[in-house]
Design a protein around this ligand. Sequence first.
Ligand code: ZN
Ligand code: ZN
Length: 242
Amino acid sequence: MIHCDYCNMPILFNPRKYADLNFCHPDCFEKRHAILNARNMPEPFYEEVRAVHDGYCPKCHGRGPVDIHTIHSIWTVWNAGTMKQTQQLSCHGCASKDAIIAFGKASLFGWWGLKGLFFTPVVLSRNLGTILFPPNPSKPSPTLTRECANQAIKAGKYSVLPLPPETETVVLEAERVVAKIRRGQSFLWGVVFALVGIVAIYDAPRSIKSHHGEHIVAEILTILFFCVLSWWNFRKWKSGKR
Ligand SMILES: [Zn+2]
Ligand SMILES: [Zn+2]
């Protein structure tokens, strides 16, 4: 079974390829250069990474090991909201504290939109994962190595080997897949919103339903309202902001 070289998930079909790497999703595919760079650094670089890993925590100045931990957050209100993940360099103690705070915030503010109903449990469980399953403390994680490589290259500390050429079709295909997924999700949300609108009308108090004409007008207005919301949602997805 092939595994994704970025997130390590098994890939069931159609991996995106770059050099000898395989990726499960366009978002993972985007990290391909960083992965390759982190693999091909000169030996002194890896000693530096180990020094960072075994050094002091930049947050509490306590003893390491220090690694990259991910904190997940979400807030939603009806059709709006954000869901994001923040990576931080710290000891596991600091990361757990921040994950507990993020857990509390998500359980208070995550649930107030439709997306939140689906994704708040995901965010909560991921924060639990940050607390319960830290990276292996005996060596720097691949994420830490990648981040250090990124910074060292940006700072011009090390020169990197030229990256293998990109086949244009691969890039195009990845972009197409991203667009397809986003469009599919937006369409799905549109359907969900429209259904919710219809159900809301049919479940409305009897007084609204008493005049058939008003009922139809209210229904059409509601569906239009949800169409506009979905269209806005789709534009947001297309522009890449979540
Ligand atoms: Zn992946
Ligand atoms: Zn700390």
